[in-house]
Design a protein around this ligand. Structure first.
Ligand code: NAD
Length: 466
């Protein structure tokens, strides 16, 4: 490609308090209250991303061997569309809302809801979609009038460094800043008081974030992972299942929070589904996934070793794929037929390209097993006819659902977990709502005193007037 990328420099721990004092002060000076100011920032961010497109492609390629198509689709395109959607709707979203239908005497108090920014907020990103998952929440935070400190994931270091260039080129430095680093730097940030923390990452770190926020009573959004089930009923189409489920695992080599973790397949369909997986794999990668420009690598050695030992420890039988190359951090899309739901391929989040399949006797068994592994996953993928799907929906919980599909999310729907997969949601209008305080306001005119006088003592027999 020949695009020069900046090196990632961690922010020194001593510098962090000073760095974050700037956006904190800017908020208190009301710099971001003006909606036109926010719109200008969002438009500048848009053009800064456009100006750095080639660096984004290259950074994603170096960090994750992310195919150009996936970077265009799920990083650049996604964020730019988000900005356009937000700037088009912001004037509508910021408007005061009237109170819902109420009694006349309350109506006279002109009740409304104002959307106030929360203050100076912290966004902590994950590595797998380094731009989308970090800048996505930032777009909403800017739109809502907050000042923002951004902490990208150190596990996608090239992307983190390019993100810094984009933020510094596009955004007002007194209101929006980046802090770079790993665990010590993030913990230094967490020791500070924030007006909201938005975290995307694993549940274990999510708990650390929630604990760190508690002493300051800081509200938190936790966008966590999930042990997401796919349920393939007898009425499903095996070819559709295999093509879509394979796509759900080859995208970013399965390093996607919403990708299915395991498949519960009606026993009558296991053979046909496995055959279709093999056909689909051959069709998508005629020469295999290894060496393909259309397949990502595992992000780093630690995650590679974690995945390797998961596959080493399964008691299941590998029916497709299974090869690895440590030097290239390559793991092939791998179908494994497991014998029990207790297989660790089913019970822990792989966040990699594994497709464990467990045969089930019927739909009731599938539902029972899925609810037993994790009753509140981030995503759920039912395959089958309407009646089967409705039965699944009525008996399960999850952050979101894609019926007859893999990890699909429409950008204007709210996105977020439930229970163990996190709390709070963003995307579309929710990206604005998650960053505002809905401040109820009433205004009682002096002439209303004649009516309001009823509330003052002595109460006497006033109750009868109601
Ligand atoms: P992670 O939890 O390891 O890291 C996320 C962020 O937390 C990073 O910025 C990192 O610097 C910071 N961090 C790590 N350890 C920390 C500690 N001890 N104290 C303070 N901060 C710490 O997650 P990851 O490896 O980047 O991403 C993988 C996980 O994230 C998976 O579980 C995946 O499902 C989940 N995820 C969820 C979503 C979602 O939108 N729900 C999206 C992507 C990934």
């Amino acid at each position: 490609m020949g695009v020069e990328l900046p090196e990632l420099q961690f922010t020194s721990l001593d510098e962090i308090p000073l760095r974050i004092s700037v956006p904190r002060k800017a908020f208190l000076e009301h710099k971001t209250r003006d909606v036109e100011f926010r719109l200008v920032q969002l438009r500048k961010l848009y053009w800064a991303i456009k100006d750095h497109e080639e660096e984004i492609f290259e950074a994603c390629a170096q960090d994750l061997h992310k195919p150009r198509f996936e970077t265009e689709l799920a990083e650049i395109g996604w964020i730019l569309n988000d900005i356009v959607f937000t700037t088009r709707n912001l004037h509508k979203w910021v408007k005061d809302e009237k109170a819902p239908d109420i009694d006349l005497n309350y109506k006279l108090m002109n009740p409304k809801i104002r959307k106030d920014p929360l203050g100076c907020v912290l966004v902590i990103g994950a590595f797998n979609f380094p731009f989308q998952l970090t800048l996505g929440p930032v777009i909403g935070a800017i739109a809502a009038g907050n000042t923002v400190v951004i902490k990208p994931s150190e596990n996608a270091p090239r992307s983190a460094a390019v993100m810094q260039k984009i933020v510094e080129a596009g955004l007002d430095p007194s209101c929006y800043t980046i802090v770079q680093g790993g665990v010590p730097e993030t913990q230094a940030l967490l020791a500070e008081r924030w007006d909201k923390i938005f975290f995307t990452g694993g549940a274990n770190v999510g708990r650390i974030i929630a604990k760190a926020a508690a002493p300051h009573l800081t509200p938190v959004v936790l966008e966590l992972g999930g042990i997401n089930p796919a349920i393939v009923t007898k009425s499903a189409d095996p070819r559709l299942v295999a093509r879509r489920m394979l796509w759900g695992k080859l995208l970013n080599a399965g390093q996607v929070c919403t990708s299915q973790n395991y498949l519960l397949v009606d026993k009558a369909l296991v053979g046909p589904v496995v055959e279709e997986f093999k056909k689909a794999y051959k069709e998508f990668y005629p020469n295999g996934a290894k060496g393909s420009e259309d397949y990502s690598k595992i992000v780093n050695e630690t995650h590679f070793q974690r995945l390797k030992s998961m596959l080493d420890n399964t008691k299941g039988k590998i029916l497709m794929g299974g090869t690895m190359d440590e030097k290239e951090l390559f793991i092939e899309p791998t179908v494994v037929q497991v014998e029990s739901i207790d297989d660790s391929l089913c019970t822990s989040e792989s966040f990699g390209p594994f497709i464990p399949i467990l045969a089930v006797d019927n739909l009731d068994e599938a539902i029972q097993l899925a609810n037993g592994v994790q009753s509140t996953p981030l995503g759920l993928y039912p395959f089958g006819n309407k009646a089967d799907v409705e039965k699944i929906l009525a008996a399960t919980r999850s952050g979101g659902v894609s019926i007859n599909d893999a990890a699909l999310h429409i950008p204007t729907l709210p996105f977020g977990g439930v229970g163990e997969s996190g709390y709070g949601a963003y995307r579309g209008r929710s990206s604005f709502d998650v960053w505002v305080h809905r401040r109820p306001i009433t205004s009682s005119p002096s002439w209303l005193e004649a009516i309001l006088a009823i509330r003052y003592p002595p109460y006497g027999n006033k109750i009868k007037t109601f």
